[in-house]
Design a binder for this molecule. Structure first.
Ligand code: ADP
Length: 866
């Protein structure tokens, strides 16, 4: 079979065998073709028509193709579906090559290494992660090839590494196969579960010599623990292997320690809706609420800061100082933001230039971005005050790459075309040779016009035309009625419906001249373009530094804009163990759900005094909102932002841990209660005296007494053993008895009942809730009048009997409640029936998802009718 392969298919087979795990895009003329299994896969994922090559022959093979100019759209879809793509190009011009055109794989594009705009999200980094595991530590590196940023660090466990992955959400993860590590396959599986949607693969071992070659500066920088450096080297090695023809190097390397960042566990990250909302509406996230950045780089930085707030007081204060400058100097902020809006994505554009991939249009954008950057720098440079200059990092001279900007401005036309072949990339006069070739092309065309005029008068055919088509080149066209007047010496080229086409030695000579001029023009243009790309490439590091500075300003100015528009205040960040918020607000709820009528509240948690607050109050009163806003204000403060409050003093927190409501992990086959307990167990395992814990309604997944007992014990443990700052919302009124402990305080969110209707005041007051208002909330929710009336009656009964179940009263005729279900007749009930009643009593129907409701009905049925 192999012997019967044509040379081209032989080339294909070789390329494919070198890249078995990638979809091979094989260039054939103007198309990329896929063959065999690749073709079948692409037909399915990309909706292409599946055809076959060598149909009916023994070597028939499935085939599908895409036009080369539209390839990136298709590649993006393959990446999104978790595939890699190997690009096999023609390495010579088929027109000038004798025999078969040589082909080679020039690049492998993977989700974590792509640099093409079509495959990237403008406002998010595109991380490739690498893990290096030994018996004691895990090295973790994140490399964004599209911006050149590399960040590396070391954590003490696989769980810690998974936490980092969940936070950063890389698109691709390499799990290192080390010599000391037998369980890389296990880690691999764990990673797959932790970062859903990412492409995860095992990465072969790496030796010391390779390390030295990949990161030559590594030994000189002992600040990086070796295991972290190894992880980074893996990421770089992988990115290089994917891009054999480009110089892949990190442009900016940062090193982190787990203790530098405020850890936000994945559960908290999800339910605080930091960057993704459960509703899917990005505006309803914290990021959506505070991202007023003007540039892509600024927006990426803001997102990173939000997901990795700091713990170092002085570092946070430095960030806040910068925000403050822009809060105070509003004209400066406005001016800067105007310039920053014109700053294009310098980071990514310069990397694309480094890869030799930037189009003339992108080079034009880079030039425009650099000009705007210069204007922004000039604006801040006008400041006199040395302290301000210091804060804005403008005290030293800032390199705005004037040399490169000047070169780009001199070279390129105002709006260069997307594709180099369109010509008209360079300004006239930029390059003498190019100008000469251009005038040659133009004068050639002029000569053709002159030839046409001359021929017309020579043979006296006024409708004679000299024309050009791509297929036939230049020719003379004469309409049928005049054909007889054509001299014998003219050579007939083609007959068409309307007449005849001819050629002449003189015409051919001229055509040849024009064609060579055009070809030379194209080559020269390509040459100049490559030279320009090389210039940009040489300044990658400088461009990256400038971009970093611009992003920092953008971030700070955006946070100042948010503070100004929405009345945020600078928090006092300190090393105390007190969290003291006066008139705090929920940044998202105040903007949307409760716009214009948000009720602010105070919270004060002190490790040395009242460190745990028990919060009671009816459903819908605002308990979860209060819990979440407290966590959000802490996170905002520690990322270096102003906060929605009248005053806030934040003793830095090391972790934010939370457990709120029922998660929908039913899909994983675990009961709600099991999930709840697992999450609670994790909180108890990880919380420290420096942590902020928010717990909402734990224990509701089980029977009342079990639930109460568990909630009680958890609260006691947090208050007495862990000593974290904790907010604990509960519907177990009994828990307010814990208020006797000097470290525990009772608060409630108030509501009033007026003639059976409930009015939520959303105001937090000291002391336990007086009433539960459950029946009033039920009315609000639209429970039928008959049910409400009966509930009122029962409630009055319970209250008369001091919370104990009343004796059953004899059934009486009651038209309003025609069918009384006598639920409370313990004497007649089986134990299964009692258990069902208990479950129903503990149930909060509002909190049930349809899926949970179904599972519950099945469970109840099973209990009663096994
Ligand atoms: P709970 O947890 O007590 O059931 P939530 O915190 O879910 O109550 O709040 C219910 C609704 O009440 C929220 O969606 C919000 O619209 C509104 N709300 C909550 N807190 C406030 C507040 N402080 N000011 C105004 N509206 C609020």
């Amino acid at each position: 079979m192999a012997a019967s392969k044509t040379p081209v298919m032989q080339q294909h087979a070789e390329a494919k065998s070198a890249h078995p795990d990638a979809v091979l895009f094989f260039r054939l003329g103007d198309f990329y073709e896929m063959f065999g299994d690749d073709a079948v896969l692409c037909a399915e994922v990309l909706d292409l028509t599946l055809t076959s090559r060598n149909k009916g022959k023994p070597d028939e093979i499935p085939m599908a193709g895409v036009p080369h100019h539209a390839a990136h759209g298709y590649i993006g879809r393959l990446l999104a579906a978790g595939h890699k793509v190997a690009i096999c190009e023609q390495m010579a011009d088929p027109k000038t090559t004798k025999g078969i055109v040589p082909r080679a794989v020039v690049r492998v594009i993977t989700p974590g290494t792509t640099t093409h705009d079509d495959h990237l999200t403008l406002r998010e980094n595109n991380w490739l992660a690498a893990l290096e595991v030994d018996t004691e530590h895990v090295g973790v590196a994140f490399f964004d090839l599209s911006t050149g940023e590399l960040s590396l660090g070391r954590v003490s466990s696989v769980a810690g590494a998974l936490g980092e992955l969940a936070r950063v959400r890389p698109r691709e993860v390499l799990v290192g196969m080390g010599n000391t590590l037998a369980n890389s396959a296990e880690v691999n599986t764990a990673v797959r579960l932790a970062v859903a949607g990412a492409l995860v693969s095992l990465d072969p071992p790496l030796d010391a010599a390779e390390l030295a070659r990949l990161l030559p500066e590594a030994p000189a920088r002992p600040v990086h623990p070796r295991i972290a450096t190894l992880a980074a080297a893996r990421a770089v090695r992988f990115a290089r292997a994917c891009n054999p023809s480009a110089e892949v190097t990190p442009l900016r390397t940062t090193h982190w320690e787990p203790s530098d960042t405020l850890l936000i566990d994945p559960t908290a990250q999800a339910h605080l809706e930091l960057v993704t909302a459960s509703s899917g509406d990005a505006r309803l996230t914290l990021l959506g609420t505070i991202d007023m950045t003007c540039s892509a780089g600024g927006s990426r930085l803001l997102r990173r800061r939000l997901l990795s707030p700091l713990t170092d007081v002085s570092q946070i204060r430095r960030r806040l100082d910068m925000v403050e400058v822009f809060v105070i100097h509003s004209a400066l902020r406005d001016g800067l933001r105007r310039e920053l809006a014109k700053v294009t994505d310098i980071e990514r554009l310069s990397v694309r230039a480094t890869f030799g991939e930037a189009t003339p249009r992108e080079l034009g954008k880079l030039r425009d971005g650099l000009l705007a950057a210069k204007a922004a720098v000039a604006l801040l440079g006008e400041l006199e005050d040395p302290a301000l200059k210091e804060t804005l990092e403008t005290h030293g001279p800032i390199d705005t790459l004037d040399d490169l900007t000047h070169e780009l401005a001199r070279a390129l036309v105002e709006r260069p075309p997307a594709q180099p072949k369109e010509g008209a990339v360079f300004q006239t006069g930029y390059d003498a040779e190019l100008s000469e070739l251009q005038s040659l092309c133009q004068s050639g065309a002029q000569h053709m016009v002159e030839l046409e005029t001359r021929l017309r008068s020579n043979v006296d055919i006024p409708t004679l035309k000299v024309r050009f088509t791509r297929v036939f080149g230049w020719y003379i066209e004469v309409g049928r009625p005049h054909v007889r007047r054509v001299p014998e010496t003219w050579q007939r080229k083609q007959t068409v419906a309307s007449g005849e086409r001819y050629t002449l030695p003189e015409l051919e000579e001229l055509a040849e001249k024009i064609e060579t001029a055009e070809e030379r023009h194209r080559l020269r243009e390509r040459e100049l373009l490559n030279a320009l790309l090389d210039r940009v490439k040489a300044h990658g590091q400088r461009l990256s530094s400038l971009a970093t500075l611009l992003s920092r300003w953008d971030c700070a100015a955006a946070l100042a804009e948010v503070a100004h528009r929405h009345d945020y205040v600078r928090p006092d960040i300190n090393a105390s163990q007190v969290l003291d918020i006066e008139d705090g607000r929920h940044p998202v709820v105040e903007r949307w759900a409760a716009s214009g009528r948000f009720v602010p509240n105070d919270v004060k948690l002190e490790v040395d005094a009242q460190r745990l607050w028990i919060i009671t109050g009816p459903n819908m009163a605002g308990k979860s909102t209060l819990l979440r806003q407290t966590a959000l204000i802490t996170i905002l403060g520690q990322m270096g932002s102003y906060v929605p409050a009248r005053r806030a003093s934040i003793g830095v927190v090391d972790r934010v841990l939370s457990r709120v409501g029922a998660s929908d992990n039913l899909a994983r086959g675990e009961s709600t209660f099991m999930v709840e307990m697992r999450e609670t167990a994790e909180i108890l395992a990880y919380a420290t005296q420096r942590s902020l814990v928010i717990l909402d309604e734990i224990g509701r997944g089980t029977s009342t007494f079990d639930g109460l007992a568990i909630a009680w014990a958890v609260a006691e443990h947090l208050a007495r053993v862990v000593r974290s700052r904790t907010l604990f919302a509960t519907h177990y009124h009994e828990m307010t008895a814990l208020g006797a402990d000097s470290h525990i305080a009772n608060y409630s969110v108030s509501a009033r009942e007026l003639a059976g209707d409930i009015v939520f005041l959303h105001r937090l007051v000291s002391g336990p809730a007086s009433q539960s208002h459950g029946v009033a909330v039920a009315k609000l929710a639209g429970l039928p009048q008959t049910v409400l009336a009966r509930a009122h009656e029962l409630l009055a009964d319970f209250e008369r009997h001091d919370g104990k179940l009343p004796a059953p009263h004899p059934p009486r005729a009651q038209p309003a409640v025609p069918c009384q279900l006598s639920l409370f007749q313990p004497a007649n009930l089986s134990s299964a029936e009692k258990r069902v009643i208990e479950i129903l009593q503990a149930l909060d129907i509002d909190e049930l998802s349809p899926r949970e409701a179904l599972t519950l009905v099945a469970d109840l049925k099973h209990r009663l009718l096994p």
